[in-house]
Design a protein around this ligand. Structure first.
Ligand code: PMP
Length: 329
């Protein structure tokens, strides 16, 4: 018998998918870890589960307790599913500028959603800081604190990395992934380097994020901007601290869009925007390294979360990013 134990037992062990059109074009094996197949629909289910398990193990969270986080995205979705499955309340703090769909989705899933004015991180009323304070003031509550809570990258060190290692029989030559908190990139990169220090670990970065300049010069510069949601950072989080970075590749929005539309129309994979940055960087890396290499990246979430944006022609036209080249050929 092979039966998964509820939602929690279904997180992880996602398939590794050969991205055929890109592999054939480059002569490399370009492989995507299918994180969109996690039960909550994204790579963040792994971090959410580890953060909650870690708090339970440390005695910080008991039945009937509350998990608090400042997030508008996949982490909130992962947390609320796990809270439902384990009998916790979930309180999500989000800036009032976030889309109505996201707030509605979190409420539908069962989270208590509180909106706060959208102010920068340095302001004490920033949503991340508000969520931290609320968690502190409540009994039997934890602050998930995904950016700086190392249980996040431990999820990837203990699960994502080892899964990819065994799925590729240890033949992986390069690991390339974008970073939000950095948990996915750093956790897997640390595992790979322990197995084989020659595995090339490369950060994929959207325009306007500081990791690319940090990898190239040691300084953070955040010039430019991107429509990609869920990734990019202007600081080195605790999860990124000490992570091996051999190189970084910057991918702009038009290139990322070409990638996800090709994935859709040539490979049949309907992917979110950060996947465009990841696959764009994997293809660039394949060109740098030459044919015959095995390059692994992440398929973070599905395109269905972005239908009104990156898959809407009028939305892209308004941003000046539509091109007929995106259509199937
Ligand atoms: N892609 C998407 C769509 C995400 O929501 C996130 C997490 N914010 C990431 C990539 C990056 O994952 P991590 O936080 O592990 O760096």
């Amino acid at each position: 018998m092979d039966i998964k134990h509820g939602f929690v037992g279904t997180v992880g062990n996602t398939p590794l998918i050969r991205l055929n059109s890109f592999s054939e074009a480059t002569g490399c094996e370009i492989l995507g870890k299918a994180e969109f197949l996690n039960p909550g629909g994204s790579v963040k289910d792994r971090a959410a589960l580890y953060i909650i398990k870690d708090a339970e193990e440390r005695g910080l969270l008991a039945p009937g307790g509350t998990v608090v986080e400042g997030t508008a995205g996949n982490t909130g979705i992962g947390l609320v599913h796990i809270c439902n499955a384990k009998g916790y309340r979930c309180l999500i703090v989000i800036p009032e500028t976030q889309s109505q769909e996201k707030m509605d989705l979190l409420r539908t899933l069962g989270a208590e959603v509180r909106t706060v004015p959208a102010v920068p991180y340095r302001d004490p009323n920033n949503y991340v800081k508000v969520s931290g304070r609320w968690a502190e003031e409540m009994d039997n509550a934890i602050w998930a604190n995904q950016f700086d809570n190392l249980a996040n990258r431990r999820a990837h060190y203990e699960t994502t990395g080892p899964e990819i290692w065994s799925e590729t029989d240890g033949t992986i030559d390069a690991w390339v992934a974008s970073t939000g908190t950095g948990g996915t990139y750093a956790g897997a990169a640390m595992f790979f380097k322990e197995k084989n220090p020659n595995i090339h670990c490369v950060v994929a970065d959207p325009m306007g994020s500081g990791l690319y300049s940090y990898a190239k010069t040691g300084k953070i510069s955040t010039e430019g901007k991107s429509i990609t949601e869920g990734i990019g950072n202007s600081r080195i989080t605790a999860n990124m601290e000490g992570a091996p970075i051999d190189d970084a590749i910057q991918i702009d929005d038009p290139e990322a869009l070409r990638m996800i539309y090709q994935l859709l129309y040539k490979d049949g994979l309907f992917m979110g925007g950060s996947v465009g940055i990841n696959v764009g960087a994997a293809v660039a890396l394949a060109k740098q390294m030459g044919p015959g290499h095995t390059i692994v990246t992440v398929l973070c979430d599905s395109g269905s979360r972005y239908q009104s944006r990156i898959y809407s022609r009028p939305w892209l036209e308004q941003k000046g990013l539509w091109s007929d080249d995106l259509l199937p050929r």
